[in-house]
Design a protein around this ligand. Sequence first.
Ligand code: 3PG
Length: 305
Amino acid sequence: MKVLVATDKPFGKTAIDGIRKVFDAAGFELVLLENYTEKKQILDLVSDVVAIIVRSDIIDAEIIAAAKNLKIVVRAGAGYDNIDLKAATAADVCVMNTPGQNSNAVAELVFGLLIYGARNFYDGSFGIELKGKKLGIQAYGNIGRNVARIAKGIGMEIYAYDTLCSDELIAADDVVPLHSIKELYEKAEILSLNVPSTPETRRSVNRDLLNLLPKGAIVVNTARKEIVNEEEMLQFMQERTDIKYLTDIKPDNHEEMCKKFPGRYFSTPKKMGAQTAEANINAGIAAANQIVRYLKTGEERFRVN
Ligand code: 3PG
């Protein structure tokens, strides 16, 4: 049985060695497609694979239709907005993610970006400290929780808003649960966006909400570009010259943002929240193990469709 690992942003060597070991032990054959440049390269390889592992790579209806023997797709990571769940379900293909496996890496990057921004991109001028600042975490999942853990060490005042999370669960981490998104934006001197991209959250970070942020606020996005209304973010940054926006997901209007807001806007060149050896190994090997368990025993833990 063949398993395809298709990654535009490849796993590190140790992760691939680990994935290979899992498949060797299970008697599966690993087919590796890295740094591909067009969808056709995936289409050419899928006709006889039973499973696919991807990162942010798009698995759409055309790929699913071409993969006649496909049983399972695992997104090695958290967000599975890159996989056409409807098409997968219709074709009886199981889709899973590997929740939690790269969340510490993403949470650490939140603070990498934050300190860089708070210290004015290391331009030699006076910056601000994070200690004592009010941190608002939008969505308290695996990443949100790790952000809170690190923020506690820094000495921040932490607030979280998540409709899917109970007050008890949030409060157990010494984090203050908030009950409206407006309240979160009003409080957050530092706002960490950690919501997945869903039909409900797409373009939901808009000018009305952003305008509630206190003076001098910093917004950090390590989630998805799709959750931000990019035109309104640009307009907001124009109007509120006190605000900084730091993102790990280059917006479509990146060039314009760079030109208009030097010293207040920064984007990583390529999404790198999960680009650590540890996250790669954790997520990649977890994905491989989930495939083996599903195909050998039918275990469906972490199924999302
Ligand atoms: C995720 O959803 O797990 C993160 O955004 C990481 O994505 P990546 O594997 O494409 O870096």
